[in-house]
Design a protein around this ligand. Structure first.
Ligand code: ASP
Ligand code: MG
Length: 439
């Protein structure tokens, strides 16, 4: 069994949906097709939900109508038969009626999550209608019947696995299953989701739940690149990555894969392939447990970072100081990315600023606190780079003209991270590209 996940751009246009259809009917093996919402839809749904949260029903209505229009055009290009079109019309009518009813009732968080779920429900139902129109046998698998998260919003992999296996056992002969990414039920049995970009996570969880042979993530680029192609001219796809390397790259900014989607695949040792819907024969990137080659493989950058420095002479020769500092972050459920220490100061970085003021106030009881916003973490990733000769010197040589705020070296054997002011990000990535890949 394989999992094939298609992102928003892969289903965002009628002709793309047709390409997806071509890809999934290829080969006889069983596959679960996981779809995102059409590109732009989840953003639009967030806009509707935000307008309702601000009690601006007029704006919400306007946004619902604009989105509705989009689907009215979409299905006519997608489907040709009268039966197919009338089915699609019914589907679209049902979901937009739902949105319009929400306009009339009082808004809350659970309703907001219901709104966000409409995108994947629509994309999968329309895609399934296309398969029916073309007489392609397939099974529609509602994700809400098996995908669930617990009270800490963590996926319940064991439960998901049990439920999914029972459902699939009913379909011995069928080969194609279509389900939604992103959406799930929570511990209150309400509709919930795996956070933005969570369809990759769904695919990986489903892969782990049924011990799939492979999880394929189909997007609009030919794999994970060795640098950010939006910023650096000469980048190339990386054929092979280990789970650890991929996790570092995904976490530190490579937009192609949701970082959380690594662990289920890694835990159950299921290869993940990153493939291009527009160029299906391109090699893409294969992520497995194998650690191949040594030296630098790729760079990634993560924006929106804030550095916090706590300076205290009380830290000198004292123990337990770091614990106190970390407890403040733990209390506010704010995770730390980078950390560097000296005898009298510690610097950490965070990307979630929702509790910055409280955190700073509490840290001030331990020493002098300085906050630098608008920082970028540049991560250099590769197998055993911490041990490969000359790598650190190369990195530093490439960045001679750029002030470096923090360096993290040796935290793992496949990552060196640097913190720079965001204004130096592009130059840093370009210079490192030349220095590390000779381009
Ligand atoms: N549709 C959701 C989003 O845009 C989930 C996904 O596409 O991965 O965030
Ligand atoms: Mg995505």
């Amino acid at each position: 069994m394989k999992i094939m996940k298609f992102g928003g751009t892969s289903v965002g246009k009628p002709e793309r949906m047709h390409q997806v259809k071509d890809l999934i009917i290829h080969g006889k093996e069983k596959k679960i097709v996981v779809l995102s919402a059409l590109s732009g839809t989840t953003n639009a749904l967030v806009g509707i939900s935000d307008a309702l949260a601000a009690a601006n029903k007029e704006l919400a209505k306007e946004r619902i109508d604009t989105l509705h229009q989009h689907y009215q055009v979409f299905y006519k290009d997608l489907l040709q038969s009268e039966a197919g079109r009338s089915k699609a019309e019914k589907i679209i009518k049902e979901h937009f009626e739902f949105l319009n009813i929400i306009l009339k009732i009082s808004f809350n968080e659970a309703i907001s999550r219901d709104i966000l779920a409409q995108g994947e429900l629509l994309s999968t139902k329309l895609f399934y209608t296309l398969l029916q129109e073309l007489d392609i046998p397939a099974v529609f698998l509602p994700a809400l019947d098996f995908m669930s998260i617990d009270e800490n919003a963590e996926p319940e992999l064991k439960k998901i696995s049990e439920k999914l296996k029972i459902i699939l056992a009913n379909y011995q002969e069928e080969n194609i299953f279509v389900t939604q990414g992103y959406i799930c039920k929570n511990h209150r049995n309400e509709v919930d989701n795996l956070k933005r970009g969570g369809s990759d996570y769904s695919a990986s969880l489903i892969g782990a739940a049924i011990s799939a042979d492979v999880v394929e993530i189909w997007t609009d680029i030919d794999g994970m690149h060795n640098n950010d192609p939006r910023i650096v001219d000469k980048t190339r796809p990386i054929a092979q990555l280990s789970f650890d390397e991929a996790a570092e790259l995904a976490y530190f900014g490579a937009k192609i894969l949701h970082p959380a989607s690594i662990w289920p695949a890694q835990q159950y040792n299921i290869p993940v392939k990153l493939l291009n819907t527009m160029e299906p024969n391109a090699l893409g990137t294969t992520i497995t447990s194998k650690e191949l080659g040594t030296g630098v493989k790729a760079l990634a950058a993560k924006d929106g970072i804030t550095a916090i420095k706590i300076k205290s002479s009380r830290m000198l020769l004292a123990y337990g100081f770091l614990r106190k500092v970390f407890e403040v972050f733990e209390k506010y459920k704010t995770s730390i990315d980078m950390i560097t220490t000296s005898e009298v100061a510690v610097s950490v970085t965070i990307d979630d600023l929702s509790h910055l003021n409280e955190i700073v106030r509490e840290l001030e009881t331990y020493g002098l606190v300085e906050v630098d916003k608008n920082q970028t973490i540049i991560s250099v990733v590769g197998n055993l780079i911490a041990e490969s000769k000359g790598t650190l010197a190369n990195i530093m040589d490439s960045l001679t003209d750029i002030p470096i705020r923090m360096v993290s070296y040796g935290g793992s054997r496949h990552n060196v991270s640097l913190l720079v002011d965001a204004k130096y990000k592009n130059t840093a990535l370009q210079n490192l590209n030349i220095g590390l890949f000779q381009w």
